[in-house]
Design a protein around this ligand. Structure first.
Ligand code: NI
Length: 172
C-alpha cells in the first residue's frame, strides 16, 4: 500500500473525463487500496482515481463520523441511474481544491449502478451525506470539480487562490 500524491489545479487531468475500467483486476484492487490509504491519511471522505493522477472511473468513499465503524465503499464505473426531485445543500470541500468550502445544491437521493471489487454489477441508493459525497466523486470521473457548480466569478476566485497557494508551497 502507498499514499499517492493528490493533484490540484491547474493540472489538466482534473478537467478530463476518466476512462471506464475494462476489467476489475488486481491492478484496480491495488489502486483502490492506495486510494483508501490516501483518503484516510488526508483525511477526506471521498476520493476519485483521477485525483491521484489515474484517469480511470474509480471512486472510494467513507462518510462514517469519528468514533463510528468505518464504512469503506469502492465503486468502479459508477453511473447515476436515478435522482430525487428533492434537493440537498451542503458546504462541500475537495482534497484537490484545498482550503475552499462552498455550498453546492444537488439531488438529496441518488441511485447509482457500479461494479464492486469482484467486478459484479451492483445498485445502491444513497441519501444525505452519502448522496452528496457519491455525486461529488462521480463528478470527478467526468472532469467536474465542485467549484464548477458555483458561479463563474466564485470559481475563478477559488482557482486563483488554490494555484497561488500551490506556487507558494513550491517556492518555500
Ligand atoms: Ni473532490
Amino acid at each position: 500500500m502507498a499514499i499517492r500524491k493528490i493533484i490540484t489545479p491547474p493540472d489538466p487531468l482534473l478537467k478530463k473525463p476518466s476512462m471506464l475500467v475494462a476489467e476489475v483486476d488486481d491492478t484496480i484492487r491495488e489502486l483502490v487500496r492506495d486510494m483508501f490509504e490516501t483518503m484516510y491519511d488526508a483525511p477526506g471522505i471521498g476520493l476519485a482515481a483521477v485525483q491521484v493522477g489515474v484517469p480511470l472511473s474509480v471512486i472510494v468513499m467513507d462518510t462514517s463520523g469519528e468514533g463510528e465503524e468505518p464504512r469503506p465503499l469502492a465503486l468502479i464505473n459508477p453511473e447515476v441511474v436515478w435522482t430525487s426531485d428533492e434537493q440537498r445543500e451542503y458546504e462541500e470541500g475537495c482534497l484537490s481544491v484545498p482550503e475552499v468550502y462552498d455550498t453546492v445544491v444537488r439531488p438529496a437521493e441518488v441511485r447509482v449502478r457500479y461494479l464492486d471489487l469482484d467486478g459484479k454489477e451492483q445498485e445502491r441508493t444513497f441519501s444525505g451525506m452519502d448522496a452528496t459525497c457519491v455525486q461529488h466523486e462521480i463528478d470527478h470521473t467526468k472532469g467536474i470539480l465542485f467549484i464548477d457548480h458555483l458561479g463563474r466569478l466564485k470559481r475563478e476566485r477559488y482557482l486563483k487562490k488554490v494555484i497561488k497557494k500551490a506556487k507558494q508551497a513550491q517556492e518555500a
